[in-house]
Design a protein around this ligand. Structure first.
Ligand code: HEC
Length: 152
């Protein structure tokens, strides 16, 4: 157990009452309560990040409406279909005419690659032809990726 928590055992009040020395010691230890509180808070932040930062696919669907203007299922869509894009090789749909930049990208659309591309499409795939500047809000990026994972 971490030393922070070992020090957090409550002092037995009867033991304190038995001896003035113990009482003085207990009073001296009071600032430790603050340490314990901080330790507990840190533990909560480390153990429960998923609750606070979980991606929200439902909100991702709303974000995706911006993408769907180009990435629709229509045959004359401006962008390639994003159905099944998660885990797909970049520039790999046979029925879409990609830019050379996208054809040469040579990576798979992992979470990491999607995040970089959606943040700054031109920085990630220099010279690609997506006429979209990217998403500035990291939450929108995370949420739309969560949505894309199940968009098939
Ligand atoms: C104004 C039109 C437009 C918008 C809006 C748009 N895209 Fe694109 N997107 C494109 C085009 C065109 C390409 C093909 C780029 C190329 O070939 O260089 C593309 C390519 C992509 C690719 C690569 C697909 C593949 O098959 O390799 C991904 C991933 C992508 N877009 C995601 C998104 C997401 C997510 C959004 C919304 C946040 C979005 N795009 C918004 C037009 C758009």
């Amino acid at each position: 157990m971490h030393k922070f928590f070992r020090d957090c055992e409550p002092t037995d009040p009867r033991a304190v009452a038995r001896s003035d020395d113990r009482l003085r010691e207990a009073i001296q230890q009071t600032p430790k309560l603050l340490d314990c509180f901080v330790a507990a808070l840190l533990a909560a932040m480390i153990l429960a990040p998923s609750a606070a930062f979980a991606a929200d696919a439902a909100h991702g669907k709303v974000v995706f409406e911006t993408c769907a203007a180009c990435h629709s299922d229509k045959p004359d869509a401006i962008g390639p279909s994003l159905r099944g894009v998660y885990g797909r090789k970049a520039g790999s749909l046979q029925d879409f005419r990609y830019s050379n930049a996208m054809l040469r990208a040579g990576f798979v659309w992992s979470e990491e690659n999607l995040r970089a591309y959606l943040k700054d499409p031109q920085a990630k795939v220099k010279g690609n032809r997506m006429p979209f500047a990217g998403l500035s809000n990291p939450k929108d990026i995370n949420d739309v990726i969560a949505y894309l994972k199940d968009y098939k």
